[in-house]
Write a protein that binds this ligand. Structure first.
Ligand code: DC
Length: 229
């Protein structure tokens, strides 16, 4: 009997490029599973802060990442929830502070290593859409479709600003821009699995495109690849 491989779409890119939104749309349209890998690094940062573990203690952070009990599900209203043990930490995980911490702990080799198996376990039938920084380069190098999603730094800052404002969080645009720049630098200059397009990724600049247009393009690429294989 032929072994069926689980198809994977990877969407990597810098902060604010819209990869989370697009990954969610594409997963919904295909009826596939979704992996928000950034949330895992955010959970490590959150759990470390609570336990008083320093953001540069590689061994302690790695052990924490390995033992962390994580669950993603949705509530009755259909909203996604993120659980750390028995606690719903969705709102805390989404803060800018947690994002900054995630970018710092993500530099640690033991943390990245500890999260490999957990990320791979999301690959289940009928398929997976995974978003992050190293989905196409490191975690799912055999993915059928790899997208590297970008947008200009000013557009990304504007989008993030709007997202936060919609949630009632007031952050200054220049401060956000500086933060995004610092995160881009840290994520792309780290020595292990830095943010970069896979050699076989299709690069897509979403600056002047709507969410619908980007999602449709990705779905078209998935359709093309599925026809080929
Ligand atoms: O996508 P995000 O903003 O939730 O990611 C938060 C941080 O986590 C990001 O700045 C770098 C890190 N990260 C990573 O190193 N590798 C991934 N695959 C996903 C996120």
């Amino acid at each position: 009997m032929a072994v069926q491989t689980v198809p994977v779409v990877t969407i990597d890119g810098p902060s604010g490029s819209g990869k989370g939104t697009i990954a969610r749309r594409v997963a919904q349209a295909l009826g596939w599973h979704l992996l928000d890998s950034g949330a895992l690094y955010r959970l490590v940062a959150l759990a470390a802060a609570r336990r008083g573990i320093s953001q540069d203690d590689d061994a302690a952070l790695g052990a924490l990442a390995a033992e962390m009990r994580v669950r993603f599900d949705s509530n009755d209203a259909g909203e996604e929830r993120i659980w750390l043990g028995n606690e719903d930490v969705t709102d805390e995980v989404r803060t800018e502070d947690c994002g900054r911490g995630a970018s710092r702990v993500a530099v640690m080799p033991a943390v990245r290593q500890a999260l490999v198996g957990l990320q791979e376990s999301f690959r289940r039938m009928p398929g997976l859409v995974a978003d992050g920084r190293d989905m196409g380069t490191r975690i799912f190098p055999q993915a059928q479709v790899k997208v590297f999603l970008t947008a200009s730094p000013s557009e990304r800052a504007k989008r993030r600003h709007k997202q936060l404002k919609d949630k009632g969080i007031d952050v200054s645009l220049p401060a956000l821009s500086r933060d995004i720049e610092a995160r881009d630098k840290r994520d792309s200059e780290r020595s292990i699995d830095p943010l970069r397009p896979a050699d076989d990724a299709r690069e897509l600049d979403s600056s002047k495109l709507t969410i619908d247009e980007v999602s449709q393009l990705v779905l078209d690429w998935v359709g093309e690849r599925c026809k080929e294989s």
